[in-house]
Design a protein around this ligand. Structure first.
Ligand code: GDP
Ligand code: MN
Length: 396
């Protein structure tokens, strides 16, 4: 589950990580009130208006702007709120901005004495250990740094039994070229950041930039936080941080009815029971020259109701040119599934795309007969290869 920048910063701060102060706003008037409050609390005269969407690269897309007066805060907030912000990480249509974060300006005066760093915390799957990845080249495109100057990116692995040790935080501060007060501040920052990562059960923190201010404080200016969904049961309060407006609406709907659905870019919708069979079915579709339009696991109880819901979800995707249903009847009986498909088909009314059904397992023969005799435009197949051939045929 991804958080907005403002939520991520608040969460980090609750674990003692120093952050650039900010207040979230939904309207230009709220933005002005937020700016006034920040001036009272921090003494800042200038403010930064930052679009809150679940995508990075906002600065490049025009979603992060400096305001030098309250009039500018109001004007810029008005421009950014409601815009469809296009960044290198959004689709071509961009993402609607519902909220902006008004922050203190932490760069001026004394910008020449500031430095921007990159720090992320993540799991290195190859070694099974958490890792802090960091670089002196913060603020800009870290992907470009990795591509062109990989020696400027450092990794520090953390032994799960020992945790992050003081010599490691010192090494990081040293490699970032810091000394004196800033060195000390950086060791505190990294230590608090790692504690936050572990305690919040996050799967990714990406703080870019981490800023060394002109008065040698070290603060998070941006925060990309992803929380491990499988650990959410331990953090009931984080559920309120979910912003459904940022998520794929069909995926949200599927989740609400307990179906595991992931939207993909292809043209063949698939409905499968079991994640392993779903993966194999997606391979099959690719081999047949198609591209899967989704991953959909209807689970063990593929009854009529669930099949109908699954059909409706798949049909919401206008790119779908065919649907492949591949269900193994181990616990569930194939004839029941077939009945479900037939009922769902009739309930939905017109389905103008070909449907290929492969039901294998208990009562598969009865199921095939039911489908063949239903009079519907449903092709039933038995073999995996037959299913692939049929997909190829209907796409041609
Ligand atoms: P991103 O583009 O989505 O990664 O958004 P960031 O939060 O990283 O902001 C983009 C850029 O805005 C940063 O790299 C900074 O250079 C700049 N920025 C952020 N906060 C301030 C600030 O307080 N003052 C100034 N002058 N620039 C800022
Ligand atoms: Mn950033």
């Amino acid at each position: 589950m991804n958080l907005h920048e403002y939520q991520g910063k608040e969460m980090l701060n609750s674990f003692g990580v120093e952050i650039q102060r900010g207040i979230v706003a939904q309207t230009p008037a709220e933005a002005v009130a937020a700016a006034k409050k920040l001036t009272e609390d921090t003494g800042t005269g200038w403010h930064v208006i930052k679009a809150q969407i679940h995508a990075g690269g906002r600065g490049k897309g025009g979603g992060v702007k400096l305001a030098k007066s309250l009039e500018e805060v109001e004007k810029i907030a008005g421009e950014i709120l409601g815009m469809h912000l296009i960044t290198p990480q959004t689709s071509a249509e961009g993402k609607l901005v519902n909220q902006v974060l008004i922050t203190e300006d932490v760069y001026y005066p004394g910008e020449s004495e500031t430095s921007e760093f990159y720090i992320s915390v993540l799991l290195n799957r190859a070694t099974g250990k958490n890792m802090i990845m960091y670089s002196t080249e913060g603020g800009m495109d870290i992907e470009a740094v990795a591509e062109n100057t990989p020696h400027l990116i450092f990794n520090e692995e953390i032994d799960p039994a020992m945790g992050l040790l003081p010599f490691q935080t010192r090494k990081i501060a040293f490699n970032l070229g810091l000394s004196g007060k800033a060195f000390k501040e950086m060791t505190k920052f990294v230590s608090a950041l790692y504690t936050a990562y572990v305690k919040s059960d996050s799967s990714l923190f990406e703080i870019n930039p981490v800023l060394k201010t002109s008065d040698n404080r070290v603060i998070a200016v941006d925060a990309k936080v992803s929380i491990d969904e499988n650990a959410l049961f331990r953090h009931k309060d984080y559920e309120a941080l979910r912003d459904l407006r940022e998520e794929n609406p069909v995926e949200v709907e599927a989740k609400a009815v307990g179906l595991s659905y992931v939207d993909l870019d292809g043209n063949v919708g698939c409905m499968v029971n079991g994640a392993g069979l779903a993966m194999a079915t997606m391979d099959l579709i690719k081999q047949a020259g198609g591209e899967p339009a989704n991953f959909l696991d209807v689970g063990g109880t593929a009854d009529a109701e669930r099949v109908e819901i699954a059909f409706k979800l798949i049909l919401k995707d206008p790119n779908v040119k065919a649907i492949l249903i591949n269900i193994f009847g181990g616990i569930v009986r194939c004839d029941r599934v077939a009945q479900g498909i037939i009922e769902a088909y009739k309930n939905i009314g017109t389905i103008n795309i070909p449907i290929i059904v492969r039901l294998e397992g208990t009562n598969a023969d009865i199921a095939k007969k039911l489908i063949d005799e239903s009079g519907l435009d449903v092709h039933s197949v038995v073999e995996f290869q037959e299913a692939a051939d049929k997909v190829q045929e209907v796409l041609a």
